[in-house]
Design a protein around this ligand. Structure first.
Ligand SMILES: Nc1ncnc2c1ncn2[C@@H]1O[C@H](COP(=O)(O)OP(=O)(O)O)[C@@H](O)[C@H]1O
Ligand SMILES: [Mg+2]
Length: 239
């Protein structure tokens, strides 16, 4: 799977330039948080990494291959849940893996335990709270033991305690050796959870740095404006 290399990626839906010459190399370890203004192309970027969306120009290579190998899981802001039990929903990602039944059940149980939903296995997934739904989506992904996990604003609709629970789970998944890329509008979360920030603006990656450095000393005017605009208080950057 790794390294994943995106070279000179263009995405121009309806002739409008969204990604315009984006370059990004992704190695095997860590948590990367992708930041950028609304409409910058963060979700599109994650979908391209998952192989769900082809670029209009440029090249993506997964360890040299033009198609991603199995082993990528993606979790969306509003996870798709079926009208069935929590357990059944957690097991869904395993179908394509063709595991034997005992192994699939064991992995599903373990994943539900790890997100604190083991006791809810028989409940209807529709009864879960927002935070529980997101934990279920993470359990579904985790049971797959992906090499790469893509999380698109996984806590956007959650309160602080549900957000903290999700962050805790994401860290644990990372400790298991899964490479994680996520987007968020929560800059505190980006600082808490990431090994590095990738900042998208004007269709390209214009900054890439450890979070502390990115927030304390952004290198571009775009990043400064973005950070100031996202925070509920004003900060001034020394030059
Ligand atoms: N499949 C698609 N077809 C047409 N336009 C799209 C498609 N996917 C995304 N876009 C557009 O690309 C832009 C970037 O979208 P997105 O990646 O969702 O931004 P964000 O950084 O907020 O996640 C938006 O203007 C969106 O409308
Ligand atoms: Mg998005």
């Amino acid at each position: 799977m790794f390294p994943i290399r995106l070279a000179n990626i263009h995405f121009t839906p309806g002739g409008r330039s969204v990604l315009a010459g984006l370059d990004l190399d992704i190695e095997a370890d860590g948590i990367t948080v992708v930041l950028g203004p609304n409409g910058a192309g963060k979700t599109v970027l994650l979908r391209m990494l998952a192989g769900l969306q082809a670029p209009d120009g440029g090249e993506i290579r997964w360890n040299g291959d033009s198609r991603p190998a199995a082993g990528i899981a993606m979790v969306f802001q509003h996870p798709l849940l079926l009208r069935s039990s929590v357990f059944h929903n957690a097991a869904l990602g395993l179908k394509p893996l063709r595991l034997n039944r005992a192994e699939a059940q064991q992995r599903t149980r373990q994943a539900l335990e790890r997100v604190g939903l083991a006791h809810r296995g028989e409940d209807s997934a529709r009864l879960l709270s927002g935070g529980e739904r997101q934990r279920l989506a993470l359990a579904r992904a985790w049971a797959m033991r992906p090499q790469l996990l893509l999380l698109d604003e996984p806590t956007a609709a959650l309160d602080p305690s549900a957000t903290e629970a999700v962050e805790c789970i994401v860290r644990e998944i990372r400790t298991d050796g899964t490479r994680i890329l996520m987007t968020t509008h929560n800059l505190g979360q980006a600082l808490r959870i990431s090994d590095e920030i990738v900042f998208l603006s004007s269709g390209r990656v214009i900054e890439r740095a450890p979070a502390e450095r990115f927030f304390a000393r952004p290198q571009t005017a775009d990043a400064k404006l973005f950070i100031q605009g996202e925070l509920p208080w004003r900060i001034a950057f020394g030059d």
